[in-house]
Ligand binder design. Structure first.
Ligand code: PMP
Length: 314
């Protein structure tokens, strides 16, 4: 598969002005103090995705999905973009939807943090809150039902839409290769829809097949790692490629919670919970190396989770 298969030229035919042109090109930040006990020939970097305009890694797939839908004529004539989301993808859809004049309808679990709900409402999204106990799978099932019933909706379906992982193939991965001068040896990302891991790993496997691509997931079905899925107990996303992910590493919620405080105090990074989980996984990978360049995706910052007091005490 080549880049052109993803209609790169066509996609770029849509002028990327305003907010959209600031998606991607996020900084790669070295973790210096957290790695001081490792071999000096091992470097660990965080790809700081909260530098995107919508505040998370999900700007990349949201924008790519919207661009492809516009090209295919799926949006327009007042059609609303519909999807289920645990929060970040919705914020990205609502951000670009507002900028481009595309109305957005989202299903999300009722226990999504109040910050997320306020942000989404302020950006003008229509919100349909679903059973908290059913989590993100429940929100997805409700979105499916709505897509059948309401002809005014176009179902973006981030879990099955290839434009999700292709966004990372087209942007996240080439940026990492360029920012490390091709020196990356290990890539680490958590699994939600799996778009970040799948798209970035596919590109790295093609261009630099020696790079080890390592997925991680929460260690249990009920966990506090918002944005991530425990694949063995979840509805598997259509874009999930188990041959690529292999046996994902498992990260405990507790370990990620502790890492939030360490990232803040030792590195100055006010990270979100899945970013902290990524740090736990990346440091585990790095601790087994004599030399190497480990790059981990840090999907968002901590601001949206401030109401969850349990996160900020450690
Ligand atoms: N962390 C956070 C905070 C997220 O919102 C998401 C997206 N659900 C992920 C990690 C996982 O990213 P992906 O969907 O690309 O697997």
């Amino acid at each position: 598969m080549t880049l052109l298969d993803f209609r790169l030229t066509e996609t770029h035919a849509i002028p990327l002005d305003g907010l959209a042109q600031h998606v991607g090109a996020t900084p790669l930040i070295p973790l210096r103090r957290l790695t001081s006990n490792l071999s000096p020939r091992v470097k660990v970097f965080a790809k700081a995705e909260w530098f995107n305009p919508g505040g998370s890694v999900k700007d990349r797939p949201a924008l790519n999905i919207i661009q492809n839908a516009i090209l295919d004529g799926d949006l327009g004539d007042g059609k609303r973009l519909l999807d289920s989301t645990s929060g970040n993808m919705g914020i990205s859809y609502a951000t670009f939807g507002a900028a481009l004049g595309i109305p957005v309808t989202l299903t999300l679990p009722a226990n999504a943090s109040p910050e997320r709900i306020s942000i989404l409402r302020t950006l003008g999204a229509e919100l349909i809150l679903t059973d908290a106990l059913e989590g993100s799978d429940g929100a997805m099932l409700v979105a499916r039902e709505l897509a059948e019933k309401r002809p005014d909706l176009w179902y973006a379906n981030q879990y099955d839409n290839p434009a999700n992982w292709q966004a990372h193939y087209l942007s996240t991965a080439p940026e990492i290769v360029q920012q490390t001068n091709g020196q990356i040896t290990h890539f680490v990302a958590g699994l939600g829809t799996s778009g970040t891991f799948t798209g970035t790993s596919r590109y790295l496997n093609e261009l630099l097949p020696q790079v080890k691509t390592i997925a991680f997931q929460p260690n249990a079905p009920f966990h506090g790692l918002e944005g991530l899925k425990h694949m063995p107990s979840a509805i598997l996303p259509g874009i999930y490629d188990p041959t690529l992910a292999g046996n994902p590493l498992e990260v405990q919620t507790e370990a990620a919670h502790k890492m939030i405080g360490r990232l803040a105090r030792e590195e100055g990074l006010f990270a979100g919970i899945s970013s902290a989980a990524a740090a736990v996984a990346a440091l585990q990978v790095a601790s087994e190396l004599d030399e190497g360049v480990v790059v981990a995706i840090f999907p968002d910052a901590g601001y949206k989770y401030l109401s969850d007091k349990s996160l900020w005490e450690g």
